[in-house]
Design a protein around this ligand. Structure first.
Ligand code: ADE
Length: 239
């Protein structure tokens, strides 16, 4: 079965957008996944095609109506996980991409305006996911980010080289730096060990660099890594 993504949105023209290019785009053309969009506005019932209303309790902005979101989602209803993209959601991490890509696909709900009536989110079993601690003007870009992260993990989408790289991130460390020719570029030299031909030394250097960069840039990931790898990581951390 093809991995299927359905996106409920007021801006279907935004899809596939940038992920229609490159790796995910080629995989889409090759039929390794499929993408369909649902225009939420098509499920409005009045002649102005209204989809939102003012918030109960007052305040700025408009809220997407539950009956309209429900009708739109019923049009693609099946057993796929449902994800509502919102800055209020749990943070999206690589483990989510792995979990979602291992399933039959995903139904994504993109919010606009101030939000979506919470009752339809709760009733529909929507998982609320955020792609980061900043506020976008809608869920569409977040949906594209989520889709790209999932699609590249589908069988046959990535080459062998990228798969190996994937594992290194999943191990909980940021990646080591990369270098290619020329070995001397504007007086900046490639680290000697990478020219040595000693595979063991290269692997050790890369591991040490990955650990150093993770420690410096992401103390949160580093702490988790140390918990998971116990004494090995602690030894490597020693100055
Ligand atoms: N919609 C607006 N901002 C968002 C974010 N950071 N993540 C997911 N969906 C969003």
């Amino acid at each position: 079965m093809t991995w299927r993504a359905s996106v409920l949105t007021l801006f279907p023209e935004m899809f596939p957008g940038p992920i229609g290019q490159s790796l995910a785009g080629r995989a889409l053309e090759a039929g390794r996944w499929s993408l369909d969009t649902v225009q939420i506005r098509d499920f409005a019932t009045d002649r102005h095609r209204t989809v939102d209303d003012t918030p109960f309790g007052g305040g700025a902005g408009m809220v997407l109506r539950p009956d309209i979101v429900d009708a739109a989602s019923a049009s693609v209803a099946d057993d796929r996980p449902r994800v509502f993209l919102t800055p209020r959601g749990r943070p999206f991490v690589q483990a989510d991409a792995m979990r979602l890509s291992a399933g039959p696909g995903v139904v994504l709900l993109c919010g606009r305006y101030e939000g979506v009536d919470q009752r339809v989110i709760d009733a529909g079993g929507w998982e609320e996911i955020s792609i980061g601690d900043y506020v976008l003007s809608g869920g569409e870009l977040a949906a594209l980010v989520l889709l790209d992260a999932c699609v590249r993990l589908l069988p046959g989408v990535m080459g062998a080289a990228e798969s190996a790289e994937e594992e290194s991130f999943s191990a909980g460390l940021l990646e080591y730096p990369h270098y290619t020719r020329p070995a001397d570029w504007q007086g900046r030299l490639v680290p000697e060990v990478l020219l040595s031909g000693h595979h063991g030394a290269v692997a050790a250097w890369r591991r040490a660099e990955a650990e150093r960069i993770t420690r410096e840039r992401r103390p949160d990931l580093w702490a988790a890594y140390q918990r998971n790898h116990g004494s090995v990581a602690s030894r490597a951390a020693a100055p």
